[in-house]
Design a protein around this ligand. Structure first.
Ligand code: ADP
Length: 496
């Protein structure tokens, strides 16, 4: 557990930060040719940095350099154990700079510093280390062929791959993508979200300090249409790994279809249920997990459990415990370690989240500038708040009269990212876990798994593959079969 500093100490770090102001291309910071990008502190509205961001010419340049680097093979063909050493060194450099990165992340996205220090940065380090350690431990396969042949099934890096990142976990999503993509030997081009470009740029600088060859990791700040679309349509990019909204994710499938059929992996939205069955015991424990599930990172989380589907028999005692617990979940200045919730990422997003506030709330319900405290509504299953992804700290409570109603209701959504089941009957819980259509189902807890477990969505929550675990390497590698005929060459063949 990280020792937290005081608010005054974090403020002092914030004031001393040197923020990146340009793109990172070809091993150095470089002025992009696109429109300037102003990144603001959403808590104060103040300008943090003006970044010389990218345009499509910069995408062309980055792809050319990435391809050159890949073809030279300094990274792609480096012995796996040596690639491992460099990625482990990157993880160590991030660890050494973790306070600076945590403050940068908090300032840029409005995230509470306690989360940045306790979750985002340590999990990013863990993720990069996990994939680094895997590099020289993945074996390929042979298939049964009979005596006449030997088959060798190998995985090879794709070449030039791109990561399109969201603003809600800028550093962690960067790690989820570059960890396996670099481990597999690719050259990687990253486009951070326009709201939160800072930590990705700093990590690129640290990657070069760690020894990653020029052109192998490049970061192109800019907005979706100016930089994201040219990446999506670029004929020289072999794969795109995207995390963001379902609507934008679908565009990448179109870009791919209309360009070079690059591989596309999408990790998109969710309207995730926490299902509390009639026999859930220890409601204090359930309340603790439901509160964390709904309000962690201000609910700006694709895996937030924003639907509480609860049996009428346990509803009232559970809601009492949830509201009691929320008294300790303070909202305010993201740099104050006493706060569980910081602010929403932008004025536009705060307006969108605010549009869902109506009627009497069980808790919260009032926006204060960019801040919305944890808000709970009792709603019917067809209320927009029970169906649409809000991406804010709003929990919708839906009541069922029987356990049998709960799972069909949990599945009554276009999304399928995560779900949680609470029941004291393990057979019932496992049966429910099997029936729920979602990529990750947690039992008697809320979570996303860890670096070793695949993460991604069913239905419109995802497409094409998984982040995390060994499964993430499928996104960034191609499978090749090499077939060797073992028959004796016929007389007369020239075999030396
Ligand atoms: P949100 O709606 O929550 O801001 P998005 O899905 O729009 O999330 O953003 C996720 C990522 O996709 C960001 O890096 C963003 O710049 C990028 N993006 C947004 N719109 C487009 C687009 N039209 N084409 C390509 N990339 C885009």
């Amino acid at each position: 557990m990280t020792n937290l500093l005081t608010k005054a100490e974090y403020t002092a770090i914030a004031e001393s930060l040197i923020l990146p102001r340009a793109a990172f291309i070809d091993g150095k910071f470089r002025t992009g040719t696109g429109p300037k990008l102003i990144t603001r502190n959403p808590a104060t509205g103040e300008k943090l940095a003006e970044i010389a961001a990218c345009g499509s010419e910069d995408v062309d340049l980055a792809v050319a350099r990435a391809r050159e680097a890949f073809d030279q093979g300094h990274w792609a063909k480096m012995p796996p154990a040596e690639r491992k050493v460099i990625l482990v060194r990157l993880a160590k450099l991030i660890t050494r700079n973790r306070r600076e990165l945590a403050v940068m992340e908090s300032l840029d996205g409005g995230k509470p510093i306690s989360d940045c220090e306790g979750v985002d940065i340590p999990e990013s380090i863990e993720c990069i280390k996990w994939h680094a350690e895997l590099i020289d431990k993945i074996y390929d396969q042979t298939a049964p062929t009979g005596d006449d042949a030997l088959s060798i099934i190998v995985r090879e890096p794709l070449g030039v791959v791109a990561a399109i990142l969201p603003w809600n976990f800028p550093m962690l999503m960067l790690a989820w993508k570059i960890g396996p993509a670099l481990a597999a030997g690719n050259s990687v081009i990253v486009k951070p979200a326009e709201q939160t470009p800072l930590t990705a740029l700093r990590v690129a600088e640290l990657a070069y300090e760690a020894g990653i060859p020029t052109g192998v990791l490049q970061v192109l700040p800019g907005d979706g249409p100016t930089v994201g679309e040219p990446i999506g349509r670029h004929p020289g990019i072999d794969a795109v790994s995207f995390t963001g909204s379902t609507e934008t994710g679908k565009r990448f499938l179109i870009y791919s279809a209309e360009s070079n059929l690059k591989k596309v992996t999408l990790e998109c939205g969710g309207k995730n249920p926490a299902v509390v069955l009639s026999d859930a015991e220890n409601l204090d424990h359930v309340a603790e997990h439901v509160v964390n599930a709904a309000f962690w990172n201000m609910g700006e989380n694709c895996s937030a459990a924003s639907r509480l589907i609860v049996h009428a028999a346990v509803k009232e005692p559970l809601l009492e415990r949830i509201t009691a617990r929320l008294r300790d979940w303070k909202t305010g200045d993201p740099l104050d370690p006493a706060h569980h919730l910081g602010c929403l990422v932008s004025t536009e997003h705060a307006q969108k989240v605010g549009s869902y506030l109506s009627g009497e709330a069980i808790a919260g319900g009032k926006m204060d500038g960019p801040y919305l405290p944890p808000t709970v509504y009792d709603v019917s299953a067809d209320d927009a708040r029970a169906r649409e992804e809000i991406f804010g700290p709003i929990l919708s409570v839906i009541t069922v009269q029987s356990d049998d109603e709960a799972i069909p209701l949990a599945n009554d959504t276009n999304y399928g990212l995560t779900a949680s089941i609470f029941s004291s009957n393990i057979r019932k819980a496992i049966r429910a876990a099997r029936e729920i259509k979602a990529g990750t189902v947690t039992v008697n807890s809320y979570g996303e798994g860890n670096a070793a477990t695949p993460f991604g969505g069913w239905k419109q929550s995802g497409f094409g593959g998984r982040d995390n675990g060994i499964h993430a390497h499928d996104q960034f590698t191609e499978v090749k079969t090499i077939w060797i005929d073992l028959n004796n060459p016929k007389d007369g063949d020239n075999v030396g």
